[in-house]
Design a protein around this ligand. Structure first.
Ligand SMILES: Cc1ncc(COP(=O)(O)O)c(C=O)c1O
Length: 362
């Protein structure tokens, strides 16, 4: 079987370093918000050229705390994409705010800036673009819209660690850049974890409190917060992998380039727009006979996944928002045609050739 990711293989390559990093944490007996979390925060902030990075418990929490700290809540609206993992919209709704979905661009499948302005109301407080599959959303245009209408930008970078537009990394364009370290992400922990990038020291100070029960000093609680901290074990593991992130992403890009070269016929390939650096969290093709392609791949031992079969605006959980089929046709069409193929740094060239040959044949 060719899997979607091979975390065991990656672990075997870095086993000694990871195991000694874990042992060091165990010997230090410091498990929560210790020196490794601080070191990782500093390194990731410097990598992105932002003032601060704050470790939290997950990518979902990163988004939630960012929305909260930017003062968004009951009765406010946040414009976002329907073509994403459900957590994007959940994070908005946790605060009492309402997600407002706009359609996506047909080529990158990212939020369409041209649609954003049409949905801005007096209640709109922020735009939450998602750099889906590792390709940057059009941050140039989104920044312009946000500036024109005095809106915040919260970037969902769960899938885009290391991606760039005009030489600038995703996560450094907005008021907050939110990352997930879910194990299968480009930079993945061995458990849950997340991080928020920020430039505004006041918002950073708020999130620092929010992630730790609203506390400033020990047992001094200035507000009601959350328990959302990145733990030392995950930070130690992430420090080992962070050293390799550019090499890992480069490998993903090489695998994607080989797929691009080999896949022929009526399959729509992922695009990389000029000035953008795609980091291929997913290598996602589109075809009208998607289900048949997936079935044949499965029969021949090749994994593939449909990210995402139902756009968020049509999920049962948000039926109260009143969207119906046909409202966001480009996202709905993408959901019917997308198929993500195995792509990870350790993937063998022979596996890509085999996968591409099967698809071309179908
Ligand atoms: C686009 C997107 N947003 C948010 C999340 C949530 O991240 P986490 O699973 O770390 O909470 C994920 C991933 O799982 C994601 O893919």
């Amino acid at each position: 079987m060719i899997p979607m990711v091979d975390l065991k293989r990656q672990f075997n390559d870095i086993r000694d370093e990871v195991c000694s990093a874990i042992t060091e944490v165990l010997e230090s007996s410091q498990y929560i918000l210790g020196p490794r979390v601080t070191e990782l925060e500093k390194k990731i902030a410097a990598y992105h050229g932002v003032a601060e990075a704050l470790g939290v418990a997950s990518g979902t929490d990163a988004l939630h705390l960012a929305v909260e700290a930017l003062g968004i809540g009951d009765d406010d609206e946040v414009i976002t994409t329907p073509f994403t993992f459900f957590a994007t919209a959940e994070a908005i709704m946790y605060t009492g705010a309402k997600p407002v979905f706009v359609d996506i661009e047909p080529d990158t499948m990212n939020i369409d800036p041209a649609e954003i302005e049409k949905k801005i109301t007096k209640k709109t407080k922020a735009i939450m673009p998602v750099h889906i599959f590792g390709h940057p959303a059009d941050m140039r245009k989104i920044r312009q819209i946000a500036d024109d209408h005095k809106l915040s930008i919260i970037e969902d970078c769960a899938q885009s660690f290391g991606a760039e537009m005009d030489g600038k990394k995703t996560g450094s364009f907005g008021d907050a850049g939110c990352f997930s370290f879910y194990p299968s992400k480009n930079l993945g922990a061995y458990g849950d974890g997340g991080m928020i990038l920020l430039n505004d020291p006041a918002v950073a100070a708020d999130i620092r409190k929010l992630r730790n029960h609203g506390s400033k000093g020990q047992y001094r609680h200035e507000s009601v917060g959350f328990n959302s901290r990145l733990d030392e074990l995950q930070a130690a593991i992430l420090l080992v992998k962070f050293k390799r992130i550019d090499a890992y992403n480069e490998q993903r890009r090489l695998k994607a380039a080989l797929y691009n070269q080999l896949l022929t016929g009526s399959v729509t390939l992922p695009v990389e727009r000029p000035g953008c650096r795609h980091v291929y969290h997913q290598y996602t093709i589109r075809c009208s006979n998607r289900d048949m392609v997936q079935k044949v791949l499965q029969e021949k031992g090749v994994s593939s996944v449909v990210y995402y079969p139902t756009p968020v605006h049509l999920q049962e959980a948000v039926s109260f928002l009143g969207y119906k089929k046909g409202d966001l046709p480009i996202a709905e069409e993408a959901a019917e045609k997308v198929l993500s193929l195995p792509v990870y740094p350790e993937l063998e060239e022979a596996s890509i050739r085999e996968t591409a040959a099967i698809i071309n044949n179908v």
